[in-house]
Design a protein around this ligand. Structure first.
Ligand code: GLA
Length: 722
């Protein structure tokens, strides 16, 4: 039992692995937070009730002449003397925004209810707390799912209009999470194209620290992740309260710290340019917030996210099965290819261990560059005479499966689709639209546009032998407007757009269960848990340079498991950074995820072919750890000259430790201290031909054998000896 309710004192105890989350219904009927953190007993809660600071005085009507002190709320509502950021805001028919959500009851259910319109985690016992305003009959159901196997609680809110009037929400966050009165830094994952998910810290000062997206995508600029991290915390030590939103559109996540020093995390759908109309009986489901707690630094938090996403989010059919090892033609040819070239490339990788050939952008319409043809999902006969079949046949003859690139949400001005249906593109009538990467976007808030996409993409998938799809998304929304919405509902656009994305994913991805789908967004600009629900792996970044990738993959691993990161070996000098790293280093870093090669293999020397063959063989030997490991990050490339990932099997019987040194000159002698091994077990280290105890390896350390050049790697294996 993860959830326990004490009828007498109206306390709710939510007990996940190592954690307690406790709140009560106070004497005037509000849900009041008492505690969240490391597991504590249930018996001391009377004490917790008494230690409220009295900082936010609220005089409630039924507490005449007596100030009632809000210790900490489960959600905040404006207009009651609580001046913290409200969790929601609703306009009543009189124009006022007052709302006091009182407890009206609760349910504890064994099976977690699904969000109808959006991806969410599966499994585990769930508390549904019913709150309602007595006067307006506006209501909110607060969902808390508690996982006994991980220090994780998933939260969301469903807002409901139980009245006979129309109500308008102009803020509808998913959660508010009270923090203890301690000093924290705020960790977020920021970036840009080719520079995704870099670790960024800010002081959690008095006032608000806020990150958001206004792009109708989760974006490379700021990932939908925020964590309050105790000062000086690292991967092993310190306290972490983290939130990751299962959402792919415009979001906001904030920390707020008050006069009394107490803090709160909150957020959900971005309330910038947002309104939602609730007719009588309507409800709005908000995206799920996955909350993790760790008292052993960021490492434990990351492992909790990795576990819960592998067990409860990513498609079970693919999550722990070997991933395709691909050859992708993009950086090898860009748009400049034809059937003959593709067939030569397929022949060139025969026997190397690569199992899937992915044909990237440029196979459709009359696409010779990025100015045309998006939306015209039929074969470009000039490049591919006779269609895809001759190429697919050649790929099969060379022992591989075939994958194909699409960008389903887009439309080019120069396309048959745009000429026939200019209104399908997002835009305000009479106003020129903004182009980005020389393309427009399709209005996915419209059912007819979604039907068109589903039919055309599914037609290509059903008419050809396709085993793999790369689903790209190369620009963000501008000109936000939908012809399907009346003027007063245009502020629903950003959320409705992503509901449209989820709808077409259901009808394309989930309707083709035998096809493996990889997500992509001009690199990794839509790398979020909701996308992982459809795409077991996502292209991590267009920057394939190993040095840049150490940071991008380290930052991405803060929330997302290694198996979700698509990582390719590419040619040198690297096309994005112009840097040249050895083949050994490029493979060592690209093999820390779902791997592949993205270059022209017809240019391989015999020696390179042998090397690639060996590297893939070695990858296959430890790829089960990519799919299932506990990740222990050692050296942090954001802080120093080194990078270290130790991938440890769940039973601690084996591990593979990838060490990387950026610059040769710094610290020629360097010891690394693997973590996550069993101190009592003995491990054989083939690279050193020595057997040592886990305790010795972790405490006395090992010296990696870095070759004498910049951007060098060493890979060390640990195998239990019984
Ligand atoms: C994006 C992707 C690349 C490639 C190109 C094709 O940039 O991230 O991998 O597919 O589009 O246009």
């Amino acid at each position: 039992m993860a959830i326990y309710f004490n009828e007498e004192n109206k306390h709710f105890y939510l007990e996940g692995k190592d954690i307690s989350y406790i709140f009560r219904i106070n004497r005037i009927g509000f849900a009041e937070h008492l505690y969240f953190g490391s597991r504590i007993g249930r018996e001391d809660m009377t004490y917790m009730e008494q230690v409220g600071s009295g900082a936010a005085y609220v005089q409630m009507p039924n507490e005449r002449n007596q100030c009632y002190s809000f210790y900490n709320p489960e959600l905040c509502f404006y207009g009651t003397g609580d001046y913290r950021e409200p969790t929601f805001s609703v306009k009543n028919p009189l124009g006022d925004r007052l709302c006091r959500l009182h407890y009206t009851g609760h349910d504890i259910v064994e099976e977690k209810p699904k969000i109808k319109s959006m991806p969410s985690l599966s499994g585990a016992q769930t508390l549904i707390l019913h709150l309602q305003d007595e006067l307006s009959l506006f209501a909110a159901d607060l969902y808390y799912t508690v996982y006994e196997e991980y220090p994780i609680i998933a939260r969301r809110i469903v807002y409901k209009n139980n009245s006979q009037n129309n109500l308008i929400l102009d803020r509808a966050y998913s959660f508010a999470l009270a923090l203890p009165n301690k000093e924290f830094d705020i960790l977020t994952l920021c970036g840009a194209w080719a520079h995704e998910r870099q670790m960024q810290y800010a002081n959690m000062h008095r006032g608000i620290v806020s990150i958001d997206s206004k792009r109708c995508s989760s974006s490379s600029i700021l990932n939908p992740f925020i964590a309050a991290v105790s000062k000086g915390a690292n991967d092993e030590y310190g306290e972490v309260f983290a939130v990751n939103l299962v959402y792919s559109s415009s979001f906001v996540l904030k920390s707020e710290r008050n006069a009394d020093g107490k803090g709160m995390l909150l957020g959900g759908i971005n309330d910038f340019d947002f309104e939602w109309h609730l007719a009588p009986g309507d409800e709005l489901e908000t995206p799920e917030a996955v909350i993790a707690y760790s008292n052993e630094g960021l490492g434990k938090m990351s492992r909790a996210y990795h576990d819960v996403y592998r067990d409860h989010l990513i498609n079970p059919r693919y999550v722990k099965s070997n991933r395709p090892i691909v050859i992708n033609n993009w950086e090898g040819t860009y748009f400049n290819f034809n059937s003959e070239k593709l067939i030569e490339m397929a022949k060139a990788v025969k026997g190397l261990g690569i199992d899937t050939f992915v044909l990237d952008d440029g196979w459709f319409g009359h696409r010779d560059d990025d100015s045309s043809s998006l939306g015209d999902w039929f074969v470009y006969e000039k490049k591919l005479p006779g269609g895809l079949k001759p190429v697919i046949d050649a790929v099969h003859e060379n022992g591989m499966k075939f994958g194909l690139w699409f960008e389903p949400e887009m439309i080019s001005e120069d396309s048959e689709l745009f000429r026939a249906h200019p209104d399908f593109a997002i835009g305000v009538p009479g106003r020129d639209r903004c182009k980005s990467r020389r393309q427009y976007m399709l209005d996915l808030t419209r059912a007819d546009v979604r039907d068109h996409i589903v039919n055309t993409v599914n037609k290509v998938l059903s008419e050809n032998e396709i085993d793999y799809v790369k689903w790209d998304y190369n620009r963000n929304v501008s000109d936000n407007y939908s012809l399907s919405l009346p003027p007063e509902r245009q502020k629903e656009f950003a959320h409705r757009y992503v509901l449209g994305v989820y709808d077409i994913c259901e009808r394309i991805v989930n309707a083709n269960p035998d096809i493996f789908f990889e997500g992509c967004a001009g690199g990794g600009a839509r790398f979020d848990p909701a996308m992982l629900y459809y795409f077991p792996q996502i292209w991590t970044s267009d920057d394939t340079d190993a040095e840049e990738r150490t940071k991008i993959q380290y930052g991405t691993s803060i929330c997302y498991p290694l198996s979700t990161m698509s990582c390719h070996v590419s040619a040198i000098p690297n096309h994005q950074s112009r840097r040249s790293c050895s083949m050994k280093t490029r493979a060592a870093v690209a093999h820390l995820g779902a791997t592949g090669y993205e270059l022209d293999p017809t240019l391989f020397t015999d020696e390179e072919k042998e090397l690639v063959k060996e590297q893939i063989k070695a990858y296959k030997e430890f790829s089960h750890l990519i799919l299932t490991c506990d990740l222990y990050r050692t050296e942090n490339p954001f802080e120093g000259n080194f990078f270290g990932f130790n991938l440890v099997s769940k039973d601690k019987s084996e591990a593979v430790f990838t060490c990387y040194r950026r610059h040769h000159g710094e610290e020629l002698v360097k010891f690394v201290y693997a973590r996550g091994l069993d101190p009592e077990k003995k491990y054989y280290i083939p690279e050193r031909d020595v057997t040592l105890s886990g305790a010795t390896i972790m405490n006395a350390g090992l010296e990696p054998y870095f070759p004498h050049h910049d951007f060098a790697t060493d890979i060390i294996h640990f195998k239990e000896v019984k």
